[in-house]
Ligand binder design. Structure first.
Ligand SMILES: [Zn+2]
Length: 148
């Protein structure tokens, strides 16, 4: 079974002098088993997607700090930040929707790992301000992809 996975690609905007960077999503096709194998390789952050009826409940943990990470949606991405060490990463919402579908067919839960962004990536694509207290420590993914 093939799965279309979105990868975030960073690129600078043309030759303009502006230092703005551009986020592009590139879709690649991977065999589902290969996608799952890569997703499960131990990394910095563990993400859990739980199917709750038609919604998904997404939470993440910084393995280094054993801390629940803050989540903030900035379409097309879900940003995750550790409140202790302050490091950040993100997941592509379109992929999370597929992960939710996978969870539904496999006992209701799908767990995978993510790397933290390195400094070069953060310079090219600054994460959103996530220090506000209105960001929750988990994220609800509705069937339409809207935040509940
Ligand atoms: Zn941490």
């Amino acid at each position: 079974m093939l799965r279309k996975a979105c990868m975030a690609a960073l690129g600078f905007l043309g030759l303009s002098r502006k230092s703005e960077s551009e986020l592009r999503l590139v879709t690649v096709s991977l065999k589902e088993e290969e996608f799952i194998r890569r997703a499960k390789i131990p990394k910095d952050v563990s993400v859990v997607v739980v199917s709750r009826g038609s919604e998904g409940h997404i939470s993440a943990k910084c393995k280094n700090c054993s801390a629940s990470m803050m989540a903030a949606e900035r379409d097309p991405l879900l940003w995750l930040k550790c409140p202790r060490c302050g490091r950040v990463t993100f997941a592509v919402l379109a992929n999370l929707r597929q992960d939710l579908g996978y969870a539904e067919g496999h006992g209701g839960t799908f767990e995978f790992d993510l790397y933290f962004l390195n400094e070069a990536s953060m310079r090219m694509m600054p994460p959103p301000d996530m220090d506000r207290t209105d960001q929750g420590s988990f994220f609800m993914l509705g069937p339409s992809g809207r935040k509940i």
